[in-house]
Design a binder for this molecule. Structure first.
Ligand code: UDP
Ligand code: MG
Length: 336
């Protein structure tokens, strides 16, 4: 099979400084793409005088990618291979890559050559305009219309509404991050799709740039329609984290109080009927409602209290501040 070369930027794109970059690539059964990908990343970064490491995370591949990676990493100084014990999924693979990344900038991209490494210097350039995260936008996305593009359009709209971070394309893996931001991001579930939203919660400045996108040349996609539901569940988590991470009592406690108040008012009304008017209330549906309102209200209230405890454990066990400082200017804090 003849392989057309990946478009290579002719002019160096990062003239001012030469940052050191880690390119993080999650790999699951991409044996045919791998050599082309590593060549393409290496060519474009060398051309732009960027010092780099390619952090390849093998996510339990079974098609020979693991063996190939072993060989490549043993012979090339610019490739680091991290072999996971089994297939964990794209998010854990990316998290592993972030953990072992070096340098000031981290760039993430897919291994299947759908992202174009030639876009990496453009993203880095944008990052150095003063952003913490630059996200790719697959303006001309080359995937199936009905099964991929439509769910993705709906998901992108929903994510924008819920998280308040307005991007066109959350699903694009091609992104550039400042290393210190990536270190602050804790990934679970399928949350790599929500990295911009998580970064926004951490106070990051975010930009989006159109990037190239190619149809898959080798292998097949690892996802089907099933991921739509997972995205929705993750979206709920993100919404909650963004709004109430540091104050769970406000949502659970508040809701519990409203329900209990309703129970008390209706209960008062029933008490008046029973004691004031002397009527029987044993067969009134309202009585059941009062019981349900009071019990669920009390439970939600207790959830709120538990949430407060958990939140304190979450922050304090990891020394995780509830704020992020961008810069401190003018005071030598050590001499105070
Ligand atoms: N991937 C992974 N672990 C998985 C599934 C996928 O590391 O369990 C990697 C895969 O090798 C690719 C990237 O995640 O580099 C994106 O996967 P894919 O191209 O199948 O997703 P799509 O582009 O179809 O959304
Ligand atoms: Mg892909």
């Amino acid at each position: 099979m003849v392989i057309s070369p990946i478009a290579v930027q002719q002019e160096p794109m990062v003239p001012v400084s030469t940052p050191s970059v880690s390119a993080v690539v999650p790999i699951y059964n991409e044996v045919e793409s791998l050599p082309h990908l590593i060549e393409a990343i290496s060519n474009i970064l060398t051309l732009n005088c960027i010092t780099y490491k390619i952090i390849c995370v093998d996510d339990g591949s079974t098609d020979g990618s693991t063996e190939l990676l072993r060989q490549i990493a043993a012979t090339r100084r610019d490739v680091v291979a991290i072999l996971l014990r089994r297939n964990y999924g794209q998010t854990p693979a990316m998290a592993a890559g972030f953990k072992y990344a070096q340098g000031e900038v981290i760039v993430s991209l897919d291994a299947d050559l759908q992202n174009d490494p030639a876009d990496i210097p453009i993203l880095i350039n944008k990052l150095y305009e003063g952003y913490d995260l630059v996200s790719g936008w697959r303006k001309n996305r080359q995937d199936a219309a009905l099964s991929r593009l439509l769910p993705s359009k709906i998901a992108n709209w929903l994510i924008g509404q819920v998280t308040g971070v307005k991007l066109h394309d959350y699903g694009c893996s091609l992104k550039a991050y400042r290393a210190e931001l990536a270190a602050d991001l804790n990934l679970y579930g399928d949350l790599h799709r929500f990295l911009p939203a998580l970064a926004f919660i951490e106070g990051a400045k975010i930009a989006e740039l159109p990037v190239r996108h190619h149809a898959r040349r080798f292998g097949s996609s690892k996802y089907g329609l099933g991921r739509t539901l997972r995205v929705l569940m993750d979206l709920l988590t993100i919404w909650f984290m963004k709004k109430f991470l540091t104050r769970p009592m406000h949502v659970f406690g508040g809701l519990g109080m409203i329900l209990m108040l309703g129970g008390i008012v209706i209960g008062g009304y029933l008490t008046w009927i029973k004691l004031g008017l002397g009527e029987s209330i044993g067969d009134r549906p309202l009585l059941i409602l009062v019981v349900i309102l009071l019990l669920t209200g009390l439970q939600l209230f207790c959830f709120g209290l538990l949430g407060e405890l958990l939140m304190r454990t979450y922050h304090e066990s990891q020394n995780r501040p509830i704020y992020r400082v961008r810069e401190i200017i003018g005071t030598n804090l050590n001499s105070v």
